[in-house]
Ligand binder design. Sequence first.
Ligand code: ADP
Ligand code: MG
Length: 444
Amino acid sequence: METNAASATSNQTHQHQFHQTPPQPYHKHHGLLHSNSVFAIIIATTSLIALLAIFFIVLILRRLKSAKKNANWQRGNTSYDKSINVAQNPAIYNCSPDVKGGCLSGGNLGRGSLEAANGSNKRHGRGVQVFTYKELEAATEGFSERNVLGSGGYGVVYKGVLSDGTVAAIKMLHWQGKQGERAFRIEVDLLSRLHSPYLVDLLGYCADQNHRLLILEYMPHGTLKHHLHPSHSHSQHRPLDWGTRLAIALDCARALEFLHEHAVPSVIHRDFKCTNILLDSNFRAKVSDFGLAKMVSDKVNGQILTRVLGTTGYLAPEYASTGKLTTKSDVYSYGIILLELLTGRVPVDSKRPPGEHVLVSWALPRLTNREKVLEMVDPALKGHCSKKELIQVAAIAAMCVQAEADYRPLMTDVAQSLIPLAKNHSISSSNSLRFQNNAVSPRC
Ligand SMILES: Nc1ncnc2c1ncn2[C@@H]1O[C@H](COP(=O)(O)OP(=O)(O)O)[C@@H](O)[C@H]1O
Ligand SMILES: [Mg+2]
């Protein structure tokens, strides 16, 4: 057993020795393994680097793609911003006549472009469009005399048919220089942002080189003036009946209520008069011409001090004498419109007898006297309107035209008072019905 143990020990020692000095071939095999694993590590590292490189290339490509998308989106946004700020940047109006729709933001502007993006625009989802001068020349048969609807302080207005068949009123600005540019920009900026059924819609505009044109909703029955005070050329118009006059008074009150109380910031029209009240095919009234409008955000110490602009006969006394402009200046002008609707007289008429030249001075002392109110009524309405309603409208007019601006009512209150009166009369879309005498008694 000991011998076996000794021989086992000697064997172990021998084996130990054998391990300590490995034979040559074994040593060679171990070297081969080492170089193989180095090779494997190199391959693994290279593939890892290649994979990482591919990963980074994919990442960069994805980044590039999304950056491109962002740039497009931002370009879209920039055009929207530009269009909103159109009134502040005259430079962007300059464009070549051949750049179709290329003046501003690729063809859309302001509220229009926003609506078009939302798919909620009224006119075929187009919003406020940019037209070239050539397109408008085509729409108006070369601005032919035959298509002239009228002319006013702003310029000549033509009837035109746009390429999509829409009939429009195309207004060509004749003012040169700063004042004209300002009126044009205010009109485009305000009408693109303000939308109400009581305001004439802006369909588009053209700012091709020196040409400045507005493309407006066509109002087939023209201005309130044509019907209330027809000139020789409009003498075929039948006088407006009492119900239609009340509906017009309410529409105008709603228009000013919208500008004063719903627009943010509030807007003072500043040129509210009967040529700026237009009538649609149903004799519903809409207000136009914002070239002189002012935003109430421009005010200092609660009022705007400005150059007196507007139309004689419609100017509030405090505005005419000091240039102090508030929404109450529009309320005064609105009161003058009510007086015109009641009496059928123009605001200033030098052909009338002394003491009757200025409508408001003649009417004011009579407005609160029942008998005198009945004497004041438009001869065309005599016997065809309700006494009670006449007296109520006269009382509203008296409040609107009072000298103290603070005591004039808000347009919301005026609208509320007129609603029940206008409701008493059928508001039919048919012309014949519009001119019928309404059965309201007792008669004036
Ligand atoms: N949107 C419209 N639709 C139909 N006729 C219009 C429209 N706008 C203006 N007109 C006509 O053009 C005439 C001139 O309008 P405008 O230039 O606004 O002058 P004004 O200084 O009299 O307000 C008006 O009297 C009216 O007959
Ligand atoms: Mg006008």
